[in-house]
Design a binder for this molecule. Structure first.
Ligand code: ADP
Ligand code: MG
Length: 370
């Protein structure tokens, strides 16, 4: 249904999409997963004919996008990252406007009614778009993609900015649409593709780094054996003790203190569950375990565990390096934050340096759950 070959997009000297190729078969729901700036929107915009490519080939339903863009576009419904809604129109006016724009030949009233049924926007049909909630607006955007019953529907980050209830509604809607259409969904949220898609294509820095069935990615994620534990006891001794536990491959101190308790990150060998034995061993030492929590995998961890075919040891070393980097950045910011709040003059950043709050914000900006 969709075939992309050796697609390249350069913005000046910046290569946003670097020679990617993939196919999507009829009826598939494929997730396009990658961190911000990976090249997802650029790819979606080229795929839907909104943006020109530097080189490569895009085919939709057997039609070449460059040779015959109008014909190719007829097979695609697209919800861009910023849905093109006209805020002053009513939902009805907006859908009729799109119906005419697409030169749709289906029976208008019946077709629009069916679309409103599926997207559950009947009760706001006569309302002005700017007065709708973000969740409803997104559904109106989705309704627009369905006009003309295209075989392929493409969603670019469809749940960004929605509240949890709206997110679930939109994901359910996409899953329903997947029964009748071929769907491509781009997102930076792993759980989103896991919840909705059959197959996941991971893109990073303009390159495809994995193309796997969702179950394989999920397995890689579940093999994650990294915990944050909080233990009452002398920090140095506890850390040495953790490092020496059978099955533990790595341990380090995390930031933060809670009375006489410190937090640690503990990583175990794949297939070894250290939690019970750790609990009893700590009890014997009279060091109370007062917190134990599985640490999620970042997209970077997933790239590494899915993509990296190198030895487990080098994989592990790369991963711990990345964790250590993040922790040290967080620790440094935490120290700065404390001093800033105390108002210590020495802690004030020099001119044009970021304050701790700004740094903290940018740290969160980089995380996969932005
Ligand atoms: P994503 O959707 O995965 O977040 P994008 O496709 O939006 O990523 O961006 C990929 C890269 O291309 C980024 O480095 C971004 O800064 C750059 N980029 C995107 N759009 C433009 C543009 N119009 N001009 C220049 N650079 C752009
Ligand atoms: Mg994007």
């Amino acid at each position: 249904m969709i075939k992309i070959d050796n697609l390249v997009k350069n913005y000046g000297s910046n290569c946003a999409v670097d020679d990617i190729s993939f196919e999507v078969k009829k009826g598939e729901i494929v997730g396009f997963l990658g961190p911000n700036g990976a090249g997802k929107s650029t790819t979606m915009n080229i795929l839907t004919g909104y943006l020109s490519m530097t080189s490569g080939n895009v085919e939709v339903a057997g039609i070449n996008m460059l040779d015959n863009p109008l014909e190719a576009k007829k097979h695609i419904g697209y919800l861009p990252e910023q849905p093109p809604l006209y805020a002053d129109m009513t939902v009805e006016e907006y859908l009729i406007f799109n119906y005419e724009l697409k030169n749709c030949k289906l029976n208008r009233d019946k077709h629009l009614e069916e679309i409103c049924e599926v997207t559950k926007i009947k009760d706001v049909y006569k309302r002005v778009i700017k007065n709708l909630s973000k969740g409803y607006r997104q559904r109106v955007g989705i309704a627009q993609t369905l006009i003309g019953s295209p075989e392929v529907i493409i969603f670019d980050e469809p749940t960004v900015g929605l509240d949890p209830k709206q997110i679930i509604e939109v994901r359910n809607l996409i899953r329903t649409l997947g029964k009748e259409h071929t769907v491509i969904l781009s997102t930076h949220i792993l759980q989103e593709v896991q919840a909705v898609c059959d197959r996941i294509i991971i893109i990073n820095k303009g390159k495809i780094v994995a193309d796997e069935l969702t179950e394989n990615i999920t397995r890689a994620v579940e093999n994650n054996r990294r915990f944050s534990v909080k233990i009452c006891g002398p920090q140095k001794e506890v850390l040495a003790f953790l490092k020496a536990r059978p099955g533990v491959t790595y341990a380090e101190v995390l930031a933060g203190r809670d009375g006489d308790a410190y937090s640690y990150m503990v990583e175990s060998e794949v297939g070894v569950d250290i939690r019970k034995s750790l609990f009893f061993a700590l009890a014997e030492k009279k060091w109370a375990l007062i917190g134990l929590e599985a640490l999620g995998m970042s997209l970077e961890d997933i790239f590494i565990s899915v993509v990296d075919k190198t030895s487990p040891k080098s994989r592990y070393e790369r991963r711990t390096r990345s964790v250590a980097r993040k922790n040290s950045a967080e620790n440094e910011i935490a120290d700065q934050l404390v001093s800033e709040q105390k108002g210590t003059a020495a802690a004030k950043p020099k001119n044009n340096e970021e304050t701790a709050t700004e740094k903290l914000a940018s740290l969160f900006d980089d995380s996969e759950n932005k």
